[in-house]
Design a protein around this ligand. Structure first.
Ligand code: BGC
Length: 924
C-alpha cells in the first residue's frame, strides 16, 4: 500500500500524541536517556527542595552527539505523564545543551506531593524518544506539617549505666492502629536519634542501616521518608521503631564535658500518612499513646565499645498486632532536640559488600582469632548453635601481635566488643545493628563447639554511594595502592567523612578529606555526602565567624586554624568541578566569607596569617617510634602554610564570586590577594637561593602550586623541590597531610611525572608502597604506621592519600574535566605514560555519562581507546611528533570524522573530538 501525505501526517500526529516523538517531522534517533536524577538522587522520596534540579544522561553509539534542546514534563500522576500532560510543569522545548541540574520551574511544590517526570531531547543527531518515567516525592516542608511529637524517656534503666563507658540499652517503641478501608498510599516520615530501625507489621522497612545521617542535632535533624503502602493492611496494624544511641547519646558521656557535645537520651518523631482509596486521610503520629520498653535484646550499644545482645530477651513479634505490650511503659513527650527537621538528601548507609573470612586459628581452649583478609568497617554476622545462656564474645582489631593475640593498643579505650547470649535450640543468626567496627581480625571467645569460617561473614557498612571508577595499570603496586584506597575511603564514610573507623575517635576531622574529597570523587559518587558535609560545616560556625576543626562539632575544637577549615571551600570547589554543583557555593558563600574575614581581622598582620595549629601534619618522622617528627628541617613554618592557604582560598573566593556574579567581591579578594602575595614573598622567599623558608618540599610546593612564586623564579624554585626529593630524600615522599595534597599534580604540571612515578613506585619507607609491602590493606595514619606509638596510629586513615587518586585519574588516565566546562561537559584528556608503565585502563562514570581511557604502549606506538559521553566533548593530547603520525580506527585523523586538529604542543598532537568511541594510534 502506498501512503499518501495525508496518511503520513496522520501517523506522525498519532505517534506524537502517544508520545513516541513529539518533535514533529524528525525521526527518533538512537539516543537513549538514562540515569534520570532529581537533586542528583535516583527517584528520591521526601525531598525538601522546592526547586529541585533534574539531570539525565544521553547514551548513544554515534559520534559527536550534542543536545541542542530539551523538553521536560512533570506530572502529578503516572497516568497524566503517560498522556504527555505536564500538569505540574511542561518546560516546552528549551534550547539548551544543559543536561545536568536543570531547575524545576513549574507549579509550586507542596508537602507530600508526588511528581513524575520524563524528558526528551533534541540533538544535532536527531530527537530522542521520551525517557522512562522517573519520580520524586516532597517531604514535610513546613514545621506545621509535623503533627507528631518527640517522644522518649529521659532516664537510664537499672541495667544501664551512665559513666565514662556508658551502657545504654536500645529502646523499642510500638503503636497499634486500625485502618478502616482500602489503602491507596501510606507514607512514613521518621527520625529516630541517634539511630533507628523502622518496622511495620513485623517487616523491617527499607534496607538502610544506621539511619539517619548524623548532624549536630541542636542545629538540624535529618528525617527519612518511606513508602509503606504494601506493608499497611486493612484492619489491625502496628508500627514499631528501635532506637540506638549513635551520636546522640554520646559515646563518652561524662568523659570530657568541655570537649564532647552530648544531646541526651534517644528520642524519636514519626508521622505516618495514610491515604484511603476513597480520598480520606488518616495520620498516625508519635505521641504519649505509644508504648516503649528498653528491656529488649539489645542490652547496650555504643559505637566505640560494641553491642550486646541477649536473645533470651527477644520481644517476639513485638511489631505485630499479636503482641501484648501490657508491661511496656508509656513514653514521655520530651523536649525537641533543638535542630530543624530537614529531609536527608544524601544516600543512606547500607551493607554494601559481604566478605568471607580467610582463616581461623585456635589460640587456646576458648579463644579463636579469625582473619577477614581485609581491614574493613562494618560488622560480623554470626551463626551459632548452643545452649541457652551461652555467651559468645567477638572482639575486633586491625592487627595482631606476634603471638597471634589481637593488637588493641591503637584502639585507645574503644572496647570494640560485641557479645551475643544464646537462647538455645536451633541455629541462631545475628549481627549488631547500631554499631560498626574497624577491623580485620576478630577474637572469638566462648563459641559453643568449634567455630568455622562458614559460621561468619563480614558485612561492609558504609554510605551506599555508586562506585564510579575503575582503574587498573601494568604496575601491580599502583593497583594495590588503589585497592587499599578503595577500602579505606568507604570505611570512613558514615553519613559524614570520618578520620578513622576503629579507635575511640571516629571524628569528621576537616583536613582529612580536603583534596581527599576530590581524590575520592573518582571512586565514589560523593556529591551528596559532601554537599551535606558543607551544611554540617556551616552549622558548626560560631556567630563571630569561627569554624571548627571537626564538623559536625561533636568534639569542641575551635583552634582558629586555617588549613582544617579550608576544607569547607576546597570541598565546595570540588563539588563544582566534578559535579557542576553550584548550590554549596551559593548556599555557603556568606559563611565562607565571614570566616575569612574573622581570620583576617584576628590573625592577619601585615598580610601574613600568624595562626596555624597543625603544620604539615604527620610528615614522615626520622625515627620509627615517633608520631611527629622532631626535626625542624622536616617541618614547614606554620605561618607560611597558613598564609599560602589563605591566599589559595582567596583565589577560590574570587572564582565563587564570579560564579555568583559579585564583581565587587571579586575586586576586594583580588586586591587582598595581591598584597598577601607580596608580603608572602617578602617574608618567606630567599631570592638568592630560590628557597622558601627552610626549603622543605611543602615550603616550596605551596607557593608553586598556588601561584605565588614570581614567574622568573618558578623554574629555580621547582628545581629545589626536585633536588629535595631526588637528592635529600632519595626519591621519597617527605610531605604530610598538607603537602601531599598538591605534590603529585605539581610534579606532573612541571613535567616531572617521572619523579611522581618514582614516589609511587617506592616500597621502602616512607611511601604508600611501604604500607602495601608491610601487608596493609588500607592506608595508615602515619607513614611509619607499622612502628609508631599506638597512641595515634590508626591503620585506616585516608588523609595521606592527598592528591594521589586525582593524579591517577587526571594524569595517568587522562580523565580530567576542563575547569571552564566543569562536570566533564568538556574533558581535557592528556595521559602521562612514564617509563615503566605500559598500560592504563580506566573508566569513570561522570554526571554526564561514562568516560573511558585505555592506553597501551607498544614500542614507539601509543594505542589509546577512549569513550566520551554523549553531550560532552574533549580536547585530547596524543604523544606524537606530527599530527600525521596519528591514526584513528586505522584511518588518518584528517579523514576519520568528528576529529579536529588544533595544534602541536610539547610533543603532543592536540585534537578536539565530540562524544563517542575512538581508537587512536600514534607514534611517540
Ligand atoms: C585525627 C586526625 C586529625 C588530627 C588533627 C587526629 O587525632 O585522627 O586525622 O586530622 O587528629 O589533630
Amino acid at each position: 500500500m502506498r501512503l499518501n501525505h495525508k496518511y503520513i501526517a496522520l501517523i506522525i500526529l498519532f505517534l506524537s500524541c502517544v508520545g513516541l516523538f513529539s518533535f514533529r517531522g524528525k525521526e527518533p534517533s538512537a539516543i537513549q536517556l538514562q540515569n534520570l536524577r532529581c537533586e542528583m538522587l535516583v527517584d528520591p522520596l521526601g525531598i525538601d527542595e522546592v526547586n529541585p534540579r533534574l539531570s539525565w544522561e544521553l547514551i548513544s553509539a554515534e559520534r559527536n552527539v550534542q543536545q541542542t534542546a530539551y523538553h521536560i514534563l512533570v506530572a502529578s500522576s503516572v497516568e497524566k505523564l503517560a498522556a504527555n500532560t505536564g500538569d505540574l510543569w511542561d518546560s516546552g522545548v528549551i534550547k539548551s545543551d544543559r543536561s545536568i541540574q536543570v531547575d524545576y520551574t513549574g507549579k509550586a511544590l507542596a508537602s507530600k506531593m508526588a511528581c513524575f517526570w520524563k524528558v526528551q531531547v533534541i540533538s544535532n543527531k536527531g530527537t530522542s524518544a521520551w525517557s522512562k518515567t522517573a519520580m520524586w516525592t516532597m517531604g514535610l516542608l513546613k514545621p506545621v506539617d509535623w503533627q507528631a511529637k518527640w517522644i522518649g524517656l529521659d532516664k537510664a534503666f537499672p541495667w544501664d549505666s551512665v559513666s565514662k563507658f556508658s551502657r545504654l540499652s536500645a529502646r523499642y517503641f510500638r503503636k497499634e492502629f486500625k485502618t478502616q478501608s482500602a489503602i491507596k498510599k501510606a507514607t512514613v516520615y521518621v527520625s529516630g536519634l541517634g539511630l533507628y530501625e523502622l518496622y511495620v507489621n513485623g517487616n523491617k522497612i527499607g534496607d538502610q542501616v544506621m539511619a539517619p545521617a548524623p548532624t549536630d542535632f541542636t542545629k538540624s535533624i535529618k528525617y527519612n521518608t518511606y513508602d509503606v503502602t504494601t506493608q499497611v493492611k486493612q484492619g489491625d496494624n502496628v508500627i514499631g521503631t528501635i532506637l540506638g544511641n549513635g551520636r546522640f547519646f554520646t559515646m563518652r558521656q561524662n568523659y570530657k564535658p568541655q570537649k564532647i557535645k552530648t544531646f541526651g537520651y534517644p528520642k524519636m518523631i514519626l508521622q505516618m500518612d495514610i491515604e484511603y482509596a476513597d480520598g480520606t486521610h488518616k495520620t498516625i503520629s508519635s505521641d504519649d499513646t505509644w508504648k516503649i520498653t528498653a528491656d529488649g535484646p539489645i542490652r547496650t550499644n555504643n559505637e566505640y565499645d560494641g553491642e550486646e545482645y541477649d536473645a533470651n530477651k527477644e520481644l517476639t513479634n513485638w511489631s505485630t498486632a499479636a503482641f501484648n505490650d501490657n508491661n511496656w511503659l508509656k513514653p514521655e513527650l520530651v523536649e525537641a532536640p533543638g535542630g530543624k527537621l530537614v529531609a536527608q538528601m544524601n544516600e543512606n548507609i547500607r551493607v554494601t559488600d559481604i566478605i568471607k573470612p580467610k582463616s581461623i586459628t585456635k589460640l587456646n581452649t576458648t579463644t579463636y582469632v579469625m582473619d577477614m583478609g581485609q581491614n574493613m568497617a562494618g560488622w560480623l554476622k554470626m551463626s551459632v548453635k548452643g545452649n541457652k545462656g551461652d555467651r559468645v564474645q567477638l572482639r575486633f582489631a586491625e592487627t595482631t601481635q606476634n603471638d597471634g593475640e589481637l593488637y588493641v593498643a591503637n584502639l585507645r579505650d574503644a572496647k570494640s566488643t560485641d557479645i551475643y547470649t544464646l537462647k538455645g535450640g536451633e541455629t541462631e543468626t545475628w549481627h549488631p545493628i547500631f554499631v560498626y567496627h574497624g577491623f580485620r581480625y576478630v577474637e572469638i571467645v566462648g563459641y559453643p563447639g568449634i567455630p568455622t569460617m562458614d559460621d561468619f561473614e563480614g558485612q561492609v557498612v558504609n554510605d551506599d554511594l555508586e562506585n564510579t571508577g575503575q582503574f587498573e595499570t601494568s604496575n601491580t603496586l599502583i593497583n594495590k595502592i588503589y585497592r587499599n584506597a578503595y577500602w579505606g575511603i568507604r570505611a570512613n564514610y558514615k553519613g559524614m567523612p570520618l578520620d578513622c573507623p576503629q579507635r575511640n575517635e571516629r571524628m569528621p576531622w576537616l583536613a582529612d578529606h580536603a583534596t581527599g574529597s576530590y581524590s575520592e570523587s573518582f571512586m565514589f559518587d560523593n556529591a551528596k555526602l559532601y554537599a551535606k558535609w558543607t551544611d554540617d560545616i556551616e552549622e558548626s560556625q560560631k556567630a563571630e565567624g569561627q569554624l571548627p576543626d571537626v564538623a559536625p562539632a561533636y568534639w569542641n575544637y575551635y583552634s582558629d586554624d586555617v588549613t582544617w577549615p579550608a576544607t569547607y571551600l576546597i570541598v565546595a570547589d570540588m563539588l563544582y568541578n566534578q559535579y557542576g554543583d553550584t548550590k554549596p557555593i551559593a548556599k555557603h558563600y556568606d559563611s565562607m566569607k565571614k570566616w575569612l574575614e574573622y581570620m583576617q581581622s584576628k590573625y592577619m598582620k601585615d598580610y601574613i596569617v600568624t595562626k596555624d595549629k597543625y603544620g604539615d601534619w604527620c610528615v614522615p618522622p626520622e625515627s620509627p617510634e615517633l608520631i611527629h617528627s622532631k626535626d625542624t628541617m622536616r617541618a614547614t613554618d606554620g605561618k607560611l602554610i597558613a598564609t599560602a592557604y589563605y591566599y589559595r582560598l582567596l583565589g577560590l573566593m574570587q572564582h565563587f564570586a564570579k560564579i555568583l556574579n559579585k564583581p565587587q567581591d571579586v575586586q576586594q579578594f583580588t586586591a587582598l590577594s595581591a598584597n598577601i602575595k607580596m608580603a608572602f614573598n617578602k617574608e618567606f622567599f630567599d631570592a638568592k637561593t630560590n628557597r622558601y623558608s627552610n626549603n622543605s618540599v611543602t615550603s616550596n610546593l605551596l607557593p608553586m602550586y598556588f601561584d605565588i612564586v614570581p614567574d622568573a623564579n618558578r623554574k629555580a624554585v621547582f628545581k629545589n623541590i626536585e633536588d629535595k626529593i631526588l637528592i635529600d630524600n632519595k626519591g621519597h615522599i617527605s610531605t604530610g597531610v598538607i603537602g601531599t595534597q598538591w605534590l603529585m599534580r605539581s610534579l606532573t604540571d612541571n613535567s616531572r611525572t617521572d619523579i611522581a612515578y618514582k614516589i609511587v613506585s617506592n616500597t621502602d619507607y616512607p611511601s604508600w608502597g611501604y604500607m602495601v609491602n608491610k601487608g596493609a590493606t588500607t592506608f595508615w595514619e602515619l607513614w611509619n604506621g607499622d612502628t609508631a606509638s599506638p597512641q595515634m596510629n590508626s591503620q585506616n586513615h585516608v588523609m595521606l592519600l592527598g592528591d594521589l587518586l586525582v593524579w591517577y585519574y587526571e594524569d595517568l588516565a587522562g580523565i580530567k574535566t576542563d575547569p571552564l566546562k566543569p562536570a566533564f561537559k568538556q574533558l581535557i584528556m592528556k595521559p602521562e605514560s612514564p617509563d615503566g608503565l605500559d598500560y592504563v585502563n580506566a573508566s569513570y562514570h561522570s554526571i554526564h555519562g561514562v568516560i573511558k581511557s585505555n592506553w597501551k604502549k607498544d614500542g614507539k606506538i601509543f594505542n589509546w581507546n577512549i569513550t566520551i559521553p554523549a553531550n560532552s566533548s574533549a580536547i585530547v593530547y596524543l604523544p606524537a611528533t606530527a599530527a600525521t603520525d596519528v591514526l584513528e580506527s586505522g584511518k588518518k585523523v584528517s579523514i576519520a570524522g568528528g576529529i579536529k586538529f588544533l595544534r602541536m604542543e610539547n610533543g603532543r598532537a592536540v585534537f578536539e573530538v565530540g562524544s563517542g568511541d575512538y581508537s587512536f594510534k600514534s607514534i611517540m
